[in-house]
Design a protein around this ligand. Structure first.
Ligand code: PLP
Length: 388
């Protein structure tokens, strides 16, 4: 008999919500192009504008300030541009500053050459070193152009929250622009672009129960915007050309709408489940290391290391027992490299860590089976150690 699977890898991607699926199927049945003026076109346009309102609401933004993209990675490549436009004038951005724990989508630097990207260190706590940021920006040469700073709100591996308001105060003091990757935060903690003091937010649908392959760039206004990455037709007010992915955008909107309600209550339940998992792991072993447990973390993530167990081996062992979790971040090649996040935190990243990340449909029974499996794998590791 096949083992029933338990999915505990929501930071890699969240299962598609039923409401998103339905919205997508409805949109797939629509014949019109959203740019067409006839009734079919207008109906498709209405779907996109509704989704724009629903996604913008989730992050306290004006719908007019949201551009749909094909992924958060595309939004990052769009906004991390050395050239911005203010009306018809060109505004140069001299240098990009990114925290050392950013997702590769940001760390790659977008359209900046590598020699114009500076990394800002994080403290052992996994939180960006704001003093280092201030000192680095103090040395920024404005003659080269404005400073562009990109810092994530929630880290995808550790779940640690970053002090974006403090970061924003520093960036504003030096006249720079702030991009916040909010991919792992939306739907999990309240997010407001205005309260964060960000100029731009990057979002992805598939981390909150929407489909894969659609994201958004959100801004506070339209005065200063990055040079478009995808040029062509005038879709998305010229910020992102190409006929819109109607079904994906519709699914994104439906997921955002679902995630906006009961956010705090839902996430309190999720955090209690994560804490239950960690308490269970602690009870089963005395030496499991939980990264970032002393820092403020989002409630759905636990990033841990079990001495004597290589993360890849652990991941396979869990998989064989029917449990999907991650060895560090999911990366496109499927292979697990040393975590740049742990390295940046000054941890030994060579044996790696496992990441449990959960969501609204995770149950207590899922967590209890995870803990039992964890205890079994941990005991095997000890037996192997003794036998050696
Ligand atoms: N930023 C963070 C923090 C992420 O976790 C991810 C996805 O793993 C991305 C960006 C990229 O998102 P997308 O898959 O939509 O390109």
């Amino acid at each position: 008999m096949a083992v029933e699977r338990i999915y505990l890898d929501w930071n890699a991607t969240a299962p598609l919500l039923g409401a998103a699926r339905e919205a997508m199927l409805d949109a797939l049945a629509m014949p019109g192009n959203p740019s067409s003026v006839h009734a079919e076109g207008r109906a498709a346009r209405a779907i996109i504008e509704k989704a724009r309102r629903d996604v913008a609401t989730l992050v306290g933004a004006e719908p007019a300030h949201l551009t749909f993209t094909a992924s958060a990675t595309e939004a990052a490549n769009h906004v991390l541009s050395p050239v911005y436009r203010m009306g018809k004038s060109r505004v140069a951005i001299g240098r990009l500053y990114v925290s050392a724990i950013e997702h590769p989508a940001i760390r790659a630097g977008g359209r900046f050459p590598a020699d114009r990207v500076t990394e800002i260190p994080v403290l052992r706590s996994g939180v960006i070193d704001v003093d280092a940021l201030a000192a680095t920006l103090a040395g920024h040469d404005v003659a080269e152009g404005l400073a562009l700073v990109a810092v994530m709100l929630v880290n995808n591996e550790t779940g640690i929250l970053q002090p974006i308001r403090d970061v924003s105060a520093i960036v504003k003091k030096f006249g720079g622009l702030l991009v916040v990757d909010a991919v792992q935060a939306v739907g999990r903690i309240p997010v407001s672009i205005g309260e964060l003091g960000a100029d731009f937010l990057i979002l992805s649908a598939h981390k909150l129960g929407g489909p894969k392959g659609v994201g958004a760039l959100v801004s506070t206004g339209e005065t200063l915007m990055p040079e478009p990455l995808v040029r062509g037709g005038g879709q998305e007010k010229g910020h992102r050309a190409g006929t819109e992915n109607l079904a994906a955008i519709s699914g994104f909107g439906a997921a955002a709408w679902m995630m906006a309600s009961d956010l705090m209550e839902r996430n309190a339940v999720i955090a209690a489940l994560r804490d239950r998992a960690e308490a269970g792991m602690r009870a089963a072993t005395s030496d499991t290391v939980f990264y970032g447990e002393g820092s403020e973390r989002v409630g759905n993530t636990s990033f841990f290391h079990l001495p004597g167990l290589k993360a890849e081996t652990g991941q396979i062992a869990f998989d064989l027992e029917g449990i999907a979790l991650s060895a560090g971040a999911a990366c496109s090649s499927g292979k697990v490299g040393a975590s740049h996040v742990l390295t940046a935190m000054g941890e030994d990243a060579t044996t790696g860590a496992l990441r449990l990340s959960i969501g609204p449909s995770t149950t207590e029974a899922d967590i209890d089976r995870f803990v039992l499996t964890f205890a079994k794998i941990a005991a095997r590791r000890k037996l192997a150690g003794k036998a050696a």
